[in-house]
Design a protein around this ligand. Sequence first.
Ligand SMILES: [Zn+2]
Length: 180
Amino acid sequence: MSNLYPLLERNQTFARTGAHRGLSPIPEHQVFVISCIDPRVDPAHILGVGPGDALVLRNAGGRVTDEVINEIAFIAAVTETMFGDDAPPFEVAVIHHTACGTGLLADDNFRHSFANRIDTDETQLAEAAVTDPTQSVRRDVDRLLASPLVPGRVRVSGHVYDVDTGLVETIVSAAAEASR
Ligand SMILES: [Zn+2]
């Protein structure tokens, strides 16, 4: 039996609620959340993100990679095509968290063997580690604000979620490149 089976049963319940009906592909809160794949930090739980509320992209650490920047550029292009100059204000919120599994990448033995496994550069892997989430989320916000692919009017914020307290602390308040 598939491990997904108990969750598919929950899907039946969800479909019966009708919460999926009439939703817009444009997120209700005009926010694009980037967070870690860790099951403890799902924005649906820690931020109460419901159906149609937000765009959510998750990867190991919630890091701003080239792929993430391309996704943001895609969404910016879609909204500009749909709304032109009237495109709604948009915020990208990066959330890193304490006790992140990517911290293992700071371990020399683990990083070395994993770099061999996926045939990649060890230095890049070291930079992907979230050992100090306050510091790494600042770096990722700066990277977004500096990217020519992220339109200047897109606001960017950075936050840290504490897995012990359950609280999200804002480290970098929302700012657009144009207002810096
Ligand atoms: Zn994590």
